[in-house]
Design a protein around this ligand. Structure first.
Ligand SMILES: *[C@@H]1O[C@H](CO)[C@@H](O)[C@H](O)[C@H]1NC(C)=O
Ligand SMILES: *[C@@H]1O[C@H](CO)[C@@H](O)[C@H](O)[C@H]1NC(C)=O
Ligand SMILES: [Ca+2]
Ligand SMILES: [Ca+2]
Ligand SMILES: [Ca+2]
Length: 983
C-alpha cells in the first residue's frame, strides 16, 4: 500500500519536471545535461536518416560502377552530398522533403493521439507476431504505393513501419541475446518468429543498475522477450520484464526495473549504441527490400532524387483551344529539345487535360518523348457552352504531382466548377505548388462583359488584375504565388517564356508581393552570391515602375531596353532577366500604379528552405505532428524549417510577413540539428501571410554572406479546427468511413461542411453542416465507396472543409489515403541455379561465363520482374508452363571480368527472391529465402562495398540537437552518432 502510493507520486513528479523543463526551455537550448536524459542518445529520426543516406549512396555507387562511371564516395553523407554523387544536386530539396516526410511519420507513431499506447507499434508486451505483421503488411503497402507512384502515401507508411522495426532493437532482448545483426524474419511475412519466451523472463533490479536482470535460462535458451509497458497500470504478467523508465508503471511491480535501450541512461542504456547500430542495419535491410521490389529508378524517385523540377500542364481541350494546344506543343518540344541531357532538364512531366463534362486522367512520365507523344495526341473539340471543368482538372494536378510543383493552366474559358475553389485553396496551401494561368480569353471576356449590358462592367474590370471572368484564376494564382497572365491567342507564345524559366532546376523565390488594392510602394530585396539567373516578374495593367540594381543603375517601365536588360511585356505580364554582371546586393523596385499588381523575384540557387506548421506535444514525450490544416489563430504558431544547402548556411531569422503589407512578425529560432530549426511565433497576422527566412553563410570565407528566401504560397490561420484520422487502409470494392471533428475557439453557430475527393469516389453520410457551441466541437463522418477497379497502391486525397458562420473564416484537413488490396501472396519467388558454365582464362576480358536458373512463384501472384543487381552481363528470360505452374527460365552470361551475379526476382505484390553466384569464393550476400551457392575456382574474396563516410548531423561545430526526442530514443546531442559513425 505504502509502495503503491509512493510510486505514482514519484512518477508524476518526474513527469512534471519534464513538462516544466520543456516549458521553461520552450525548446530553446536543450541543455546537454538534463538530469535524467543522457546527452548523446540517438533518435528514430537519425537512425532513419543515416540508413536512407547510406542505402541511397550505395545504390548510386552501384549504378555508377555498373555504368562504368567514376564514383567518389562523399567524405560526409548529407542530403546535399548524396544528391550530388547521385548526379542530382538539384534534387537536394526534394530529398530533404522526402526524408522529413518519412521521419515525421516515424515520430508521429509516438503521439498520444496516434499509437503511443498501442504496444504492437513498439514491440512492447511480447507482441512479436502482431508487431511483425504490422511491419510486413505496412511494407507491402509501401511497395504497392511506390509502384503506383503514390510516393507521398508511401513515405508516410514507410515512416510508420520504420518506427516499429527500430523499436524492436531497443525494446526486445535481441541485443542482450548477443545478436549484432538484424533479425531478418521481421521483414519476411512468410517466416515464423520462433522461441518467444513462454514463462518468466526477468528478476528485479534497481533502476540505475539493471544489467543482468534477464534470467539466465532465457539467455541460454535464446528465448525472445520484450518489456511490458503501461503508463496507467502497474499490472503485468508474472515474472515478465518491464520496459522501464518513469512513465512505465509496470516497472515498479516485481520484477522491478526494465530492459529498454532507448537512451544511454535507460535501464539497459549501456547497450543503447549496440541497439542503434543494429536498428540502422535493419532499416537499411528494409530499404534494400523495397528497392529490390520496385527497382532502382523508382526507389530514387521515392526518395525524392531525380525530382529536381517537375513540369505540369493542365490543358483545356475543348473546341476553341486548338491554337493554344499548338503553342503548348511548341513550347514543350522546345523545352525538351533545349534541355534534354542538361542539368536543367525537367525530371518529370505531368499532363492533365480537361473538357466539359470530362476531365483527366492525369499522366506522368519522366520520359520526354512519351510526354511529347501525349501532348501531340491532344485534340481540341467538344465542351458545349463556354465555361469548362478547369478546376476539376487543376484538382487532379494538385493532388497528383509532387509538392511544390509549378503548374501551368491553359484555357480560354471561365470555370464551370467554381464550387471547387475553396478545396483548391486548401490543396494549394498543403502542397505549396504554384499555379499560373495562361488565359487567352481576355478579349472575348471583355466583349461578353460589355455586350451583357452591365453598366459597371468596365469599372469592375479596372479594379482587377484581370478580367472579371478570370477572378477565380487570379485568386488561385495569387494564393499560390503564381501568375494570372492574360494574353491573346496571337501573343500567347510571348508569354510562355515563364514556362522555360519555371522548368529550370533549383528555382527559389527571393521576394514576392501582391498589392490589391494598389498602393504606391518601394520594395527592397537582397540578392545573395549563390543566386543565378535572377528573374523579375511584374503583373498588372500598365503599372509604372523603376528597378534599381545594387550598383545604383535604374531602368523604368517606359524603357523596354535599358541598362538592366530588356523588359518583355505581353498582356498584363512583364519580365526582366537583369543582365548586369554584379547582381549581389540590395535591389529596389518602386511601383507607382493605380491598379493592382504583383511582383515576384526568382533565381536559381542551391540554398532554399522548406517548412511545415507543426503541433508540439509535450506529453508523454516531447514530439510533434505536422498539421494537415491551417494553424490555429490567436495562439502560438510553431514551424519546423529545414534548410536546403545547410552544410554551407545557417538561418538567423524566420518571419511571417503580411501579404497585403510588408509588416512582419518575428519568430524565435532554435536549431535542432541537421539543418532543421524549430520556430515559434507568438503574434501572427490576421490575414494572409508568407514565410520569409534570412540567413548567412556559415563559412567565414564568403564575402557578402547574407541570403533571403520567401515562401510563394500565401497562408493563413483559422479559429476553426478540423481534425481527422484514418483508421486502417482503404480497400478496392469496400466502403471506408472517415471520422472527423470540427472545433472552434471562437463563436459558435452553424458551420457548413464540405467533403470532396479527387477520384470522384461516391461519398455518403456527409453532414452538410454541424452545429457548434461557442468554443465547442462536433463530430461527423464521411463514408467513401471505393470502386472495385481502383488499382492497389493508388491514393485518394480527401479534403474536409468547415466554414464558420458568415463565411469569413474556414479551415480544412487534407488527407491522403492509400487504397490497397489485401495481399494473400506472402511468399517470395524461388530462384534456383541449375547450371553454371565457366571457363575463365587468366585474362578475364578474353573469356566469358554463363548461368541458367529456374524461377517460380508457385501458386502465388506470379513473377513480375527479374533483374540483375550485381554483375554487368546480359540476362534473357522466357516462360514455360511446367505441371500447371509458370516457370521463368533465366539465362545470364557475362565476361569473366564480372565474376559474380545476383538475380532479383519479384512477384506481382513485391515479394523479393534472389539468387547469387560468384565464380570466386565469395561471401554470399543473399538474405532471401532462395538458393545460394558458392562454387569453383576459388581465388579472391569478394570485396564488400565499404564506405569510408561519416554522416553529418549538424553544422559549424556548434553542435545542435538531434531532432526529435521521440519515444524511447530520447535524445539531446549529436556528437555520439558522429563518433559512432567514425568507429
Ligand atoms: C541560367 O540560364 C541560362 C540560360 O537559360 C542557362 O544556360 C544556365 O544554365 C542557367 N544557369 C543555371 C545555374 O542553371
Ligand atoms: C553503409 O552501407 C554499407 C554497404 O551496405 C555498409 O557496409 C556500411 O556499414 C553502411 N554504413 C552505415 C553507417 O550504416
Ligand atoms: Ca471552350
Ligand atoms: Ca462547356
Ligand atoms: Ca509470391
Amino acid at each position: 500500500m505504502m509502495v503503491t502510493m509512493r510510486l505514482p507520486i514519484r512518477t508524476s513528479i518526474s513527469f512534471l519536471l519534464v513538462v516544466f523543463l520543456m516549458q521553461s526551455q520552450t525548446w530553446a537550448f536543450m541543455p546537454f545535461a538534463y538530469p535524467f536524459f543522457s546527452s548523446s542518445s540517438v533518435t528514430h529520426k537519425e537512425i532513419s536518416r543515416v540508413a536512407i543516406l547510406n542505402t541511397t549512396v550505395q545504390l548510386c555507387r552501384s549504378q555508377a560502377l555498373s555504368q562504368g562511371r567514376d564514383f567518389v564516395m562523399p567524405k560526409t553523407l548529407t542530403e546535399g552530398s548524396v544528391a550530388a554523387v547521385c548526379s542530382s544536386s538539384a534534387s537536394a530539396k526534394a530529398f530533404i522533403r522526402s526524408i522529413d516526410k518519412i521521419t515525421e511519420n516515424n515520430a508521429a507513431v509516438d503521439l498520444p493521439w496516434h499509437y503511443f499506447f498501442n504496444p504492437i507499434y513498439h514491440f512492447d508486451d511480447e507482441t512479436f507476431l502482431r508487431g511483425r505483421d504490422l511491419i510486413t503488411s505496412g511494407v507491402s503497402i509501401v511497395k504497392a504505393s511506390v509502384r503506383e507512384q503514390s510516393y507521398e502515401a508511401a513515405r508516410a507508411k514507410l515512416g510508420e513501419v520504420l518506427h516499429t522495426l527500430q523499436d524492436f532493437y531497443s525494446h526486445s532482448n535481441w541485443i542482450e541475446l548477443g545478436n549484432d545483426t538484424p533479425y531478418p524474419n521481421l521483414i519476411k511475412p512468410s517466416s515464423s518468429i520462433e522461441n518467444i519466451a513462454d514463462s518468466e523472463t526477468c528478476r528485479s533490479c534497481d533502476g540505475s543498475n539493471c544489467k543482468g536482470n534477464i534470467l539466465e535460462t532465457v539467455l541460454r535458451q535464446k528465448k525472445l522477450t520484450s518489456g511490458y509497458f503501461n503508463t496507467f497500470s502497474f499490472k503485468k504478467p508474472k515474472g515478465k520484464c518491464s520496459h522501464g523508465g518513469a512513465l512505465d508503471l509496470t516497472s515498479y511491480t516485481e520484477p522491478k526495473g526494465g530492459i529498454n535501450k532507448d537512451t544511454l541512461s535507460s535501464e539497459h542504456g549501456d547497450q543503447h549504441m549496440d541497439a542503434v547500430k543494429v536498428a540502422i542495419a535493419a532499416t537499411s535491410d528494409l530499404l534494400e527490400d523495397i528497392r529490390a521490389a520496385v527497382g532502382d529508378s523508382q526507389f530514387l524517385r521515392f526518395m525524392g532524387l531525380t525530382q529536381a523540377s517537375v513540369l505540369c500542364f493542365v490543358i483545356d481541350t475543348t473546341g476553341s483551344m486548338s491554337d493554344d494546344i499548338a503553342e503548348v506543343r511548341r513550347i514543350t518540344s522546345s523545352i525538351i529539345n533545349s534541355k534534354t541531357g542538361s542539368a536543367n532538364q525537367p525530371s518529370e512531366y505531368i499532363l492533365v487535360p480537361f473538357n466539359d463534362p470530362d476531365y483527366g486522367p492525369l499522366t506522368r512520365t519522366n520520359d520526354p518523348d512519351v510526354f511529347k507523344r501525349k501532348i501531340n495526341a491532344l485534340t481540341a473539340d467538344g465542351g458545349g457552352d463556354i465555361p469548362e471543368m478547369c478546376l476539376s482538372g487543376l484538382q487532379l494536378a494538385l493532388t497528383g504531382s509532387p509538392p511544390q510543383t509549378e503548374i501551368f493552366v491553359f484555357t480560354d474559358a471561365d470555370a464551370k466548377d467554381l464550387s471547387l475553389k475553396s478545396t483548391l485553396l486548401a490543396l494549394i496551401e498543403r502542397t505549396k505548388s504554384s499555379v499560373s494561368f495562361l488565359l487567352t480569353n481576355a478579349l472575348s471576356a471583355r466583349r461578353r462583359r460589355s455586350s451583357g449590358g452591365q453598366q459597371d462592367g468596365q469599372q469592375q474590370f479596372a479594379s482587377r488584375l484581370t478580367s472579371p471572368l478570370n477572378e477565380v484564376y487570379q485568386d488561385l494564382a495569387q494564393a499560390s504565388g503564381g501568375q494570372a497572365i492574360e494574353v491573346t491567342k496571337a501573343t500567347l507564345p510571348q508569354a510562355t517564356s515563364i514556362i522555360v524559366d519555371a522548368s529550370s532546376s533549383s528555382l527559389v523565390t527571393v521576394f514576392q508581393a501582391v498589392r490589391n488594392p494598389a498602393k504606391v510602394e518601394t520594395f527592397s530585396f537582397f540578392v545573395d552570391s549563390t543566386l543565378q539567373n535572377l528573374t523579375i516578374y511584374i503583373t498588372g495593367n500598365s503599372p509604372s515602375y523603376t528597378i534599381t540594381s545594387p550598383s545604383g543603375v535604374s531602368q523604368t517601365s517606359s524603357q523596354p531596353s535599358g541598362v538592366l536588360g530588356f523588359i518583355e511585356k505581353v498582356g498584363n505580364f512583364h519580365t526582366l532577366h537583369p543582365n548586369v554582371s554584379d547582381q549581389t546586393g540590395l535591389w529596389l523596385i518602386s511601383i507607382n500604379s493605380m491598379q493592382p499588381y504583383t511582383v515576384k523575384v526568382l533565381g536559381q540557387s542551391e540554398v532554399d528552405f522548406l517548412f511545415n506548421f507543426i503541433e508540439l506535444s509535450e506529453w508523454p514525450h516531447p514530439n510533434y505532428a505536422v498539421l494537415n490544416s491551417r494553424p490555429t489563430a490567436n495562439s502560438n504558431i510553431t514551424l519546423l524549417v529545414s534548410v536546403v544547402g545547410w552544410d554551407s548556411v545557417r538561418l538567423t531569422d524566420v518571419d511571417l510577413v503580411e501579404a497585403s503589407s510588408s509588416k512582419s512578425y518575428n519568430g524565435t529560432l532554435q536549431e535542432v540539428g541537421s539543418g532543421q530549426y524549430l520556430v515559434t511565433i507568438s503574434s501572427i497576422p490576421t490575414g494572409e501571410f508568407v514565410v520569409r527566412v534570412v540567413g548567412e553563410s556559415s563559412s567565414s570565407k564568403a564575402s557578402n554572406g547574407f541570403f533571403q528566401r520567401q515562401s510563394s504560397t500565401q497562408l493563413q490561420a483559422s479559429s476553426v479546427m478540423v481534425t481527422t484520422q484514418a483508421n486502417g487502409t482503404m480497400e478496392p470494392g469496400k466502403t471506408f468511413t472517415l471520422p472527423f471533428t470540427v472545433a472552434t475557439n471562437g463563436s459558435g453557430g452553424v458551420f457548413n461542411i464540405r467533403v470532396s475527393n479527387d477520384r470522384s469516389f461516391v461519398m455518403t453520410d456527409v453532414p452538410s453542416s454541424l452545429i457548434l457551441a461557442h468554443g465547442g466541437s462536433a463530430n461527423g463522418t464521411a463514408t467513401l465507396a471505393v470502386p472495385g477497379s481502383t488499382p492497389s497502391g493508388s491514393d485518394v486525397t480527401v479534403t474536409i472543409e468547415a466554414e464558420a458562420p458568415g463565411g469569413a473564416d474556414s479551415n480544412y484537413a487534407v488527407l491522403r489515403l492509400s487504397v490497397v488490396a489485401q495481399v494473400t501472396d506472402i511468399t517470395p519467388p524461388v530462384c534456383e541455379i541449375v547450371s553454371v558454365n565457366a571457363n575463365c582464362s587468366s585474362n578475364c576480358s578474353l573469356s566469358s561465363w554463363d548461368l541458367s536458373a529456374n524461377m517460380t512463384d508457385g501458386s502465388g501472384s506470379g513473377i513480375q520482374s527479374v533483374t540483375v543487381h550485381q554483375g554487368n552481363g546480359t540476362l534473357n528470360t522466357s516462360t514455360v508452363l511446367d505441371r500447371g505452374v509458370n516457370v521463368t527460365l533465366a539465362s545470364y552470361s557475362a565476361s569473366c571480368c564480372s565474376p559474380q551475379v545476383e538475380l532479383v526476382v519479384v512477384d506481382a505484390v513485391g515479394n523479393v527472391g534472389t539468387c547469387f553466384r560468384s565464380l570466386n569464393a565469395a561471401v554470399p550476400q543473399s538474405t532471401s529465402a532462395t538458393s545460394t551457392e558458392t562454387v569453383t575456382n576459388a581465388t579472391t574474396p569478394a570485396t564488400a562495398a565499404t564506405s569510408g563516410s561519416t554522416i553529418q548531423t549538424s553544422t559549424n561545430g556548434a553542435i545542435g540537437h538531434l531532432f526529435l526526442p521521440v519515444l524511447f530514443w530520447l535524445t539531446v546531442g549529436t556528437t555520439s552518432l558522429y563518433q559512432y559513425m567514425q568507429l
